[in-house]
Design a protein around this ligand. Structure first.
Ligand SMILES: NC(=O)c1ccc[n+]([C@@H]2O[C@H](COP(=O)([O-])OP(=O)(O)OC[C@H]3O[C@@H](n4cnc5c(N)ncnc54)[C@H](OP(=O)(O)O)[C@@H]3O)[C@@H](O)[C@H]2O)c1
Length: 258
């Protein structure tokens, strides 16, 4: 997922042409007469969901949409990645509770498979903030990064003896949808919950209160954004090519301003 840095115009209508991009952070350039939540000059971050349109220098966003004031301890680049990556991680973790009456409780063991991607890197931190004991799974090159995000244990999925080191977990969150069946069966307790990002996100709806909750976690120092690379808007094709290789570390950012 690409996250552009941009300016925003609040209170008019959404984009009519299909410009891609679903999340952003930027500065309010102007507000409509009925806008009460924001003022010109406010720093905000937002998801436009399926309306897209954030790969642009300006966008109109409804004040009642998924938009909030940017966390005061994050740059625009860091904040731009939160609305989709972190919200997805949060909603999938919560889905385990609602859909299956399963609660991520203090000291429960959760494995985040694909902990070095956008969703995975946020999921590690969110699970820690919920009090769980977290095992992050990534390749050797990303062990330091996943450790720095707070994982209690980190396993290298490329190691030949990977499956031999697996212990049973209460919850597995496959944040890249690539965990093999053998590893899954070994690493999941009987009666445990397996969450696959590819299946769990089908019917998820973003809510403003979740973005506000994430903002609180960020400002409390419990959630940060891992950035791999930042590209200028003109290099969008290169940015997409890089992301589509499937090996980004955390998030890739598109910077619209200088
Ligand atoms: N990002 C979002 O906002 C968002 C929102 C909704 C849904 N999704 C979906 O969620 C999935 C993950 O997206 P993402 O953006 O977080 O990350 P991604 O770009 O799909 O994945 C990148 C990470 O996956 C790791 N990886 C690749 N193959 C792996 C494997 N076989 N086992 C374990 N890790 C592996 C890579 O590390 P190595 O190179 O070291 O292996 C890399 O760090 C995608 O299917 C995406 O469509 C994403």
């Amino acid at each position: 997922m690409i996250k552009p840095l941009m300016r925003l115009i609040i209170g008019f209508y959404g984009p009519r042409r299909k410009i891609l991009g679903m999340e952003c952070s930027g500065v309010v350039e102007a507000v409509g007469s009925g806008v009460t939540r924001f003022n010109e000059g406010d720093e905000v971050f937002a998801s436009t969901e399926m309306k897209f349109g954030t790969y642009a220098e300006y966008i109109c966003v409804d004040q009642d949409g998924i938009i909030a004031h940017k966390p005061n301890n994050m740059s625009h680049a860091e904040a731009a990645a939160v609305p989709n990556g972190a919200m997805t991680a949060l909603m999938v973790l919560r889905k385990s509770k609602k859909a299956q009456q399963h609660t991520l409780e203090q000291n429960q063991k959760i494995m985040i498979y694909g902990a070095s991607g956008s969703v995975g890197s946020y999921a590690v931190q969110l699970a820690k903030s919920m009090g769980a004991e977290v095992t992050g799974v990534c390749s050797a090159a990303n062990v330091n990064m996943v450790t720095s995000l707070g994982a209690d244990h980190v396993l290298d999925y490329t190691a030949p003896d990977f499956t031999q080191h697996l212990e049973p977990h209460d919850v597995i969150f496959d944040a890249v949808g690539k965990m093999e069946a053998e590893a899954r069966h070994t690493a999941l307790k009987k009666g445990g919950v397996y969450l696959d990002v590819l299946k769990a996100t089908d019917c998820l709806k973003l809510h403003l209160e979740d973005l506000l909750y994430l903002k609180t976690l960020i400002e409390d120092g419990k959630l940060k954004t891992a950035i791999d690379k930042t590209y200028p808007l003109a290099d969008m094709v290169e940015a997409h090519s890089y992301v589509e290789q499937g090996h980004k570390r955390g998030n890739v950012i598109i910077s619209v301003s200088d």
